[in-house]
Ligand binder design. Structure first.
Ligand SMILES: [Zn+2]
Length: 325
């Protein structure tokens, strides 16, 4: 699953469905400010935590049906988007993630797409890897092309054992999760104490500048090119860290990542030059000035068991949370 590479006809048909109001997964009920629309869906910023998200969405079962059947329609588009364009990034990220745990371990990739990332662990016998992928076409591609163990469906369908994995990854897919708070809590549950969570997110400011900045918008309708209906949450490192902390996952480190390798030789050269410049700026500012196309954020589940946080309802309807157990 990938929130950035898309086909023009693949957005869930929002205009004919009753939309559901979405609460901020970090703050719960909290005032929001509309910043524009994308694919006719409202995109808002939470006044409490600055998370930008699609504040009214098609029903969950409609979104799930879309990702299962329509997001990727054939193996060729899976290969182009998730192998050819992403090879270098996925190789680099696999090497970084292996270094987190040199002794190896059990790894789950959620939204594994083509499986090319998991394939990078094949030569390392100390790793046992498996994936989850909602797209029937992509899951089949990963099984047939790379011989991987890929479960078709969503994370919530799988019912993995508690502490079943040492590392859980989600590469350029988490922004497509409609229920990120629940999935973050599930990441915590299935991770072993001391285990790592690696999430790659698109660079929000890169997207806003290159495809949704003011010079690209129609002044009258403030249309944003954010693929709402495929993407639902537009994280930064700061907002992702806030959401992870809800599940008692601690931020460890982050890395700049580059653009997909799409285009002719001139385009590729220009993209590479941009990536080098943006990564330099990222490193020089400790990631605070982030114009990179992607960013890999690493979190850790503390070794000491801390129960995850669950929401409770209060009479005042204010966002109150308590620890489970
Ligand atoms: Zn919020």
């Amino acid at each position: 699953m990938d929130g950035n590479i898309h086909q023009p006809d693949m957005v869930a048909n929002a205009s004919h469905e009753i939309l559901e109001r979405i609460l901020c997964p970090i703050c719960g009920p909290c005032p929001t400010s509309l910043i524009g629309t994308s694919n006719r869906l409202p995109v808002s910023r939470c006044d409490g935590c600055d998370l930008i998200y699609v504040s009214e969405c098609p029903p969950l079962n409609s979104t799930h049906a879309y990702f299962r059947e329509a997001h990727k329609k054939d193996s060729q588009s899976t290969r182009i988007a998730y192998v050819d364009y992403r090879k270098k990034s996925l190789q680099r990220e696999a090497a970084r993630i292996r270094r987190l745990m040199p002794q190896g371990g059990r790894l789950l990739d959620v939204g594994t797409a083509s499986g090319y990332f998991l394939r990078q662990f094949r030569r390392h016998a100390n790793w046992q890897v498996e994936g989850v992928e909602p797209s029937r076409v992509s899951a089949e591609f990963a099984r047939q092309t790379f011989g991987l163990n890929v479960h078709e469906g969503f994370l919530s369908d799988q019912k993995f054992d508690e502490a079943a994995f040492d590392i859980v990854c989600s590469l350029d897919a988490f922004g497509c999760h409609r229920q990120p708070r629940e999935d973050m809590l599930e990441f915590h549950r299935i991770l072993a104490p001391g285990g790592f969570l690696a999430i790659e997110i698109p660079g929000l400011w890169f997207r806003m500048l290159t495809s949704s900045g003011w010079i690209y918008r129609k002044p009258a309708d403030r249309t944003l090119r954010l693929q709402a209906g495929v993407n639902f949450f537009y994280y930064t490192r700061a907002t992702l860290t806030r959401l992870a902390s809800v599940a008692c996952l601690e931020f460890v480190e982050s890395y700049p990542e580059g653009l997909p390798a799409a285009g002719n030789r001139i385009t590729l050269t220009a993209r590479k030059a941009y990536d080098v410049a943006a990564a330099g700026l990222y490193r020089a500012t400790g990631g605070h000035l982030n114009l990179c196309a992607k960013e890999l954020c690493i979190f850790r589940k503390p070794v000491a068991q801390i129960p995850a946080v669950l929401p409770v309802t209060s009479d005042s309807q204010s966002p109150v949370y308590r620890r489970a157990g």
